[in-house]
Write a protein that binds this ligand. Sequence first.
Ligand code: C2E
Ligand code: CA
Ligand code: CA
Length: 416
Amino acid sequence: MRRIAFIQFDIRGFKVINDLYGEHFGDEVLYFITDKLGEICHENQYFVNLRSDVFMIVTEYGTQEELEAFIQKVDKKISGFRNTELNFVYGVYTVEDRDMELRQMEDRAAMARKAAKKNLVSSILFYKEQFKELLYTRKFIEESMKAAVAERQFQMYLQPKYSIAQNCIVGAEALVRWIHPERGMIYPNEFIPVIEENGFIRQVDYYIWEEAANFIRRCENTGITDCPVSVNVSRIHLQDHECQKVLEHILEKTKINRSLLELEITETVNDQQISQKALELKEEGFKLLMDDFGSGYSSLNILLETPFDVLKLDKKFIENMMVSERGKLILEQVVTMAEKLGLGLLAEGVETKEQVEVLKTIGCDHVQGYYYAKPMPAEEFFQMLLKDLRVNKNEEKNNGYTDGGTVLSSYSMPVR
Ligand code: C2E
Ligand code: CA
Ligand code: CA
């Protein structure tokens, strides 16, 4: 028996097309697609323009290959209008239960289409049960995030950063954790994409920034004056000036040295918005760390005129580079280049002794990763610092030192 598929599709960036060329042009694009679908679809295939640029085809098919070939054929026919290339994303639901309501079939194709839109690798996705899971998770997050703030379920964890040569802690990165009373710990990768979409990330980030500043204050009060804490700055903050106001307010309230509250920003190529904001923050005296350097889109062009102070080498980048001699050579050159440009460098996601050895050899001294320590509750990290302060004091006594200089650079903490 022939099977049935619901194919839903729309254009990536249709809004941009409308903005760039005007709505009239946008309408023409839609007429063009409708015309082409009329040519392609035969009598047992139905198509409809659901709304705006969202279309749906319901078709019979025999094999999976036949269905995929049909989608490719459609794509080829509709992907070029005049001189404009149109990029479509397709969500497909292949009907298993013919008694299911039509509406539900359509919803599933829509879910797959929306997932395809977020997927940068593939533009055709088939509906899977896990999409439903994802939707449930999203709903859960949206329904419980406000209470989570009120009930202080978001917590700041700190992951230490180390100097290989000095064998001591040189700072920490603040990472948010959601400790839910029933679900337990929820990791940022699960909830940050959702709260970035609905803007709630602002509240969460502000809270973490403030916690980080409070931590720095607490350290200073205890005599630990040189433990910078970096915080993550979501892309959302780069759109307006609110984040600067919040940062200033936090600095004023906690009276900490602004150089100790470092900002991690993920830089991407040709992103004027980030470059502009980074420049502003730099002018305001903040220390800037370029997060995930070497991953995805980042390129050497960024370094041409960068306001960043430190490059954080991405975990995957390091892993990829370490498997070959050629890769190690590239890594070595990145270290040399950073040095010559006066940029600091920190390797992220360091997990093995071998990695530490390579990094040591090529001169990348600062590291962060499970090999040294996982992110931990702030209190635990604080105790760790205090313990080392005591070790340091004893060492000073035994060595007859009277002046230890700044705490972190004067003591050597045995790691592992
Ligand atoms: P990121 O900024 O690149 O942070 C590094 C991530 O790598 C953290 O994951 C950290 O726990 C993990 N990691 C550290 N060392 C190792 C290692 O040796 N091996 C492995 N496999 N992983 C390691 P986490 O905490 O789950 O955070 C994931 C991402 O979520 C972060 O990536 C960051 O982009 C985002 N994020 C975390 N906290 C915040 C926050 O407070 N605000 C914002 N806007 N984003 C945050
Ligand atoms: Ca980071
Ligand atoms: Ca990173």
